[in-house]
Ligand binder design. Structure first.
Ligand SMILES: [Zn+2]
Length: 421
């Protein structure tokens, strides 16, 4: 049986890397730009060479499709056979790397080539999906293509969000030749999409640290972010004794330390970031009267998020009792997503079949997959990132590791193709 070919994988990645508006400074390929169109044309040509029919949906997701044996057999009966799909996003951040997103699409192409070389025609239709506008660098709102597939796209942003030049999402899409009015037609369902697998770079250091090429993602973390505002009283930093102070910064540090201790005790992979702090008046000799800071917690366990913020809330109540004015503003609320056990099992079998050590890990970043998981069975396979870097020109995953991912997903698809009706 022929396996994934590292040279072909590299050739696809390097070709896609040419469709870039910032050569020499990393990859910039924002959705609905000329570079984006060129990348889509390249994919379209490659997919047609591989005997696939290609279409674009109303939001600009490019979908290549090869019919399966079942579709041909049951054509006369008019039966609808759900597809098995592999893919990821085609857009990039500004001055990012050539692997984020692209790798998932290139794996989709390579798997199709492997099927052809091995003389395999799947029972189900096979699709490669190159998703539009995941990174959110154009309009400030990401995962648009994935949300549209899941039927979660918020149509109000078509006219409220704009790019740097003031062009609305609707105008940018229309200028590109898309039909924003028909976005509802992008929605898929389990009856026409049985499985979506997204191979993606890890964007973290775990796999490389353990000398592994790939790892199975079991869940995508939930994110809860709050801005907390604590108001005490600004006083003279020399004349006010400690017991009479209402120091907002000391109160803030109590909250941060409490959150840190709670997260460390949980020891379930939950992470905490207090990345933005503003202090007023911000003078060396004045007791800080006001502290505004962010608390962001990410976890695959909803109960862990509830526990951390429950403890914070209880301590804030104590501060209120001590004469502080306290308020909390929600900045982000995203529930954890469990990925499909059925796909995870198939990926496990793929790893065993190719002699790879099984490793399961959560994703700390958001992906299209977390939305698509709402409508069908979704799996993700992470590929080791050198130094854990991503969203920068230094981003790198080796062709060998990407080939491992293709082999694992190929075997998983064979398994799922048999198991799914
Ligand atoms: Zn990505």
């Amino acid at each position: 049986m022929s396996k994934a070919d590292q040279k072909r994988i590299e050739a696809d990645l390097f070709q896609l890397a040419k469709y870039n508006s910032t050569p020499g400074k990393g990859l910039t390929r924002l959705s609905y730009t000329e570079e984006f169109r060129q990348a889509q044309s390249y994919l379209c040509e490659e997919m047609e060479k591989l005997g696939m029919t290609v279409r674009s949906d109303a939001i600009g997701n490019l979908i290549g499709r090869a019919e399966g044996r079942l579709s041909q057999n049951r054509k006369d009966e008019g039966a609808h056979i759900p597809a098995l799909a592999v893919g990821s996003h085609l857009d990039s951040v500004r001055c990012g790397g050539i692997y984020d997103g692209n790798v998932g699409i290139v794996c989709g192409l390579e798997i199709r080539r492997m099927c052809r070389e091995n003389g395999v025609q799947l029972r189900h239709p096979y699709e490669i999906i190159a998703i539009a506008e995941e990174e959110g660098n154009t309009f400030g709102s990401g995962i648009m293509g994935g949300k549209a597939i899941a039927g979660m796209f918020d149509r109000s942003i078509l006219d409220t969000l704009t790019d740097e030049s003031g062009r609305t999402v609707r105008k940018a899409m229309t200028d590109y030749g898309l039909q924003p009015g028909a976005i509802d037609s992008v929605k898929r369902s389990r009856t026409d999409l049985a499985v979506f697998i997204e191979p993606h770079i890890e964007q973290g250091p775990v796999l490389e640290n353990e000398n592994l090429s790939v790892g199975i993602v079991n869940a995508i973390v939930g994110i809860r972010t709050r801005e907390i505002i604590i108001e005490g009283r600004p006083d003279h930093g020399g004349t006010t004794p400690m017991y009479l102070r209402k120091d907002a910064v000391l109160a803030m540090t109590e909250i941060i330390r409490l959150a840190e201790n709670t997260v460390r005790k949980l020891d379930d992979g939950t992470v905490l970031t207090c990345g933005s702090i503003r202090i007023e008046p911000g003078s060396v000799n004045v007791v800080p009267g006001k502290a505004v800071f962010s608390v962001e917690c990410r976890s695959v366990n909803q109960e862990s998020l509830d526990l951390v913020f429950g403890k914070i809330e209880a301590h804030l109540e104590k501060l209120r009792g001590n004469g502080f004015a306290v308020s909390v503003k929600p900045l982000m609320e995203l529930a954890p997503t469990r990925l499909s056990d059925r796909v995870i099992d198939a990926l496990r079998k793929g790893m065993t079949a190719h002699g790879l050590k099984e490793r399961v890990l959560p994703s700390g970043a958001g992906h299209d997959s977390m939305c698509i998981a709402d409508i069908t069975d979704v799996g993700m396979l992470f590929i080791a990132s050198r130094d854990g870097r991503s969203h920068c020109p230094e981003e790198y995953s080796s062709p060998k590791d990407i080939a491992d991912a293709c082999d694992v997903v190929y075997t998983a698809l064979m398994e799922l193709d048999q198991a799914i009706e």
